[in-house]
Write a protein that binds this ligand. Structure first.
Ligand SMILES: Cc1ncc(COP(=O)(O)O)c(C=O)c1O
Length: 385
């Protein structure tokens, strides 16, 4: 390729390769057990493959409608109604997306203008801030403070102003495994009342809440639901992160704006997988049983680590376990994560990667969406530290 004198004016000058890619690559190079990136190392249910293959044989191989195939939108509408008591119209209020990431990006692009402010909660999932900056918005950070990572509503109130266009929330929360309470939704409703703030609710781990607790979806609060786009991911729910299919629900007015961007962004999502998932969703036990499935994995992993020198933080939801390593090392968390991968043969994610200014509390994130044999092998190495 010839050298070019083109002056490239980067829109995201501070963005490089994400820590997830870096750690997964290092894990592969070192032959380490990879508990860094958030994906299962086990197969999804084969009947999902059968339903998807059947859709291909049935000729469902061409462009679906822009908002998604009708049967999947209907299944999503039914699921949300059954769980949260609100019926979104499958024609005008449900859209299938290319994973939650695209839903989030599209929602931000549809509503945030140059100079608008968007409140996010740190530690923050890595896609939000680059998406906000790409469209010229400004991320304003509220803090979920170590070690309990509860929102500080007094701080959030102080961050809101005339330029606040959107608040992005995420519960159950990646990376901390904390979940919001009913009172948190009360506070959010109170703070946004009499404003035009749009709430973008990232609920991709909606089915992974432990110890008999409930997931409080903004869908279940009419006042909040009216100003919210709510995002979920089949990748998380059915162990198919590589299929990149998710969805967004929201009132017709919000969805109309969302779809204006969606139709020129991805236009739509591959047909046979949508049909396969719609068929698979008929059995509600598949998503209702997910919390129990991951609760067993959480308990197994925590028990395995009991005799280690890691201090485990509470994990109320998601498939991530945070651990403080202060009794093992004084290294900054990025250095510790590299050391852990090279020396102990287990890859984890440093939580400072979820802070824009790199706040470091000496905590790493392990993903326990893994086979028990993988978790046991990793824990054995970790116990040796
Ligand atoms: C909080 C959160 N939001 C969104 C996503 C992206 O989901 P998807 O793979 O469906 O794009 C993830 C994936 O890790 C996540 O943890």
């Amino acid at each position: 390729m010839p050298q070019s004198s083109l002056r490239i004016d980067a829109k995201l000058p501070r963005v490089g390769t994400t820590i997830f890619t870096v750690m997964s690559r290092l894990a592969a190079d070192c032959g380490a057990i990879n508990l860094s990136q958030g994906f299962p190392d086990f197969q999804p249910d084969a009947s999902l493959f059968a339903a998807t293959l059947q859709a291909m044989h049935d000729g469902r191989n061409q462009y679906p409608p822009m908002a998604g195939v009708a049967e999947l939108r209907a299944a999503i509408s039914d699921k949300v109604a059954a769980l949260y008591g609100v019926r979104y119209d499958s024609e005008s209020e449900v859209t299938v997306t290319a994973g939650a990431t695209q839903a989030l990006f599209t929602a931000i692009a549809a509503f945030v203008r140059a100079g608008d402010e968007v409140v996010v909660f740190e530690p923050v999932y890595d896609s939000y801030m680059p998406a906000i900056e790409t469209v010229g918005g400004k991320a304003v950070c509220a803090t979920l403070r170590f070690p309990d990572y509860r929102p500080d509503w007094t701080q959030v109130r102080a961050l809101l102003g005339p330029r606040t266009r959107m608040i992005i929330i995420n519960s159950p929360h990646n990376p901390t495994g904390s979940v919001w309470s009913a009172e948190d939704l009360d506070c959010l409703a109170e703070l946004t009342r009499a404003t035009d703030i749009v709430v973008l609710a990232d609920e991709v781990y909606e089915h992974i809440v432990f110890d008999g607790a409930s997931h409080y979806s903004v869908c279940s609060r009419p006042e909040l639901a009216a100003r919210s786009l709510v995002v979920s991911s089949f990748g998380k729910t059915y162990h198919i992160t590589g299929w990149k299919i998710g969805y967004v629900v929201g009132s017709a007015g919000l969805m109309n704006e969302f779809r204006k961007v969606h139709q020129f962004n991805v236009f739509t999502v591959n047909t046979p997988c949508q049909v396969g998932i719609a068929e698979y969703m008929r059995d509600a036990s598949r998503h209702l049983g997910l919390a129990h499935f991951y609760e067993q994995k959480r308990n197994f992993f925590r028990t395995q680590l009991q005799a280690s020198r890691f201090d485990l933080l509470p994990c109320a939801g998601t498939y991530f376990q945070l651990a403080s390593y202060r009794r093992i090392s004084d290294l900054p968390d990025i250095e510790f994560a590299r050391w852990l991968t090279r020396e102990a043969g287990v890859a984890a994610i440093p939580v400072s990667a979820f802070h824009h200014a790199g706040r470091d509390d000496g905590v790493v994130r392990f993903c326990f969406a893994k086979q028990d044999t993988t978790l046991a092998a990793a824990a054995e190495r970790l116990r040796g530290l």
